[in-house]
Design a protein around this ligand. Structure first.
Ligand code: FES
Ligand code: FES
Length: 223
């Protein structure tokens, strides 16, 4: 049995007599009552359990809690709460980027890290230019999110939500520096899929009740 200290969402947790075979996902869900990260496959295939460790995304079901003594762990509860949603959580609600919502906490954690990776100009498997990847292309976002499966197939709206936040963040970065690598890509939509104009959803379509419900879903604490 193991004793360890985990720092999750900036809070320290002491765990005693923990079976060293316990995954980080099970520690969060079963020992600490942090149920935002979901268990889909428990085999590293679906991404529902995605969380951030020292800012990098990882499948909580594939890593043992004892490996993370001293690491900074962030789950969806640390990304944003209903009264303080992150920009991505707001965008997921606005664009209706889910149906059942089971994959959503993992999608948002993953996209949170994606945006930082893009800001650091990390290329992806589909980047044509490794020095300056065209990060606003649909296939770039799809590739970078390929570890997160959505059984409801909400992918078009998931990509719209991520692209909106990414676009805004890059625009801000471009405003503060003249030589940003993607300066000329600002606002461009390109790639293998783009929504027809009639498919664009506006906030006015969402009434107050359904928006509140959506916000609870993107925060992911109710299951
Ligand atoms: S539950 Fe971890 S990848 Fe599916
Ligand atoms: S919204 Fe249902 S699995 Fe993604």
């Amino acid at each position: 049995m193991s004793t360890l200290t985990l720092t999750i969402n900036k809070q320290r947790y002491e765990l005693h007599d923990l079976d060293p075979r316990t995954t980080l996902l099970d520690v969060c869900r079963h020992h600490l009552n942090l149920t935002g990260a979901k268990k889909g496959c428990d085999h590293g295939q679906c991404g529902a359990c995605t969380m951030l460790i020292n800012g990098r995304r990882i499948n909580g079901c594939l890593t043992l809690a004892v490996m993370h003594d001293g690491d900074e762990i962030t789950t969806i509860e640390g990304v944003g709460m209903p009264d303080n949603l992150s920009a991505l959580q707001e965008a997921f609600a606005k664009h209706d980027a889910f149906q059942c919502g089971y994959c959503t906490p993992g999608q948002i954690c993953s996209a949170t890290a994606l945006i930082e990776e893009v800001k650091n100009q990390w290329p992806s498997h589909v980047s044509a230019d490794l020095q300056a990847p065209d990060v606003l292309q649909i296939q770039e976002i799809a590739e970078r999110m390929s570890g997160n499966i959505c059984r409801c197939s909400a992918y078009p709206n998931i990509i719209k939500a991520i692209k909106e936040v990414l676009d805004g963040d890059l625009s801000e970065a471009n405003a503060s520096t003249d030589n940003h690598a993607n300066n000329n890509k600002k606002g461009a939509v390109s790639g293998i899929w783009s929504p027809p104009a009639s498919d664009v959803q506006t906030p006015s379509k969402t009434n107050t009740d359904s928006l509140a419900q959506a916000k609870a879903q993107v925060q992911g604490v109710d299951a």
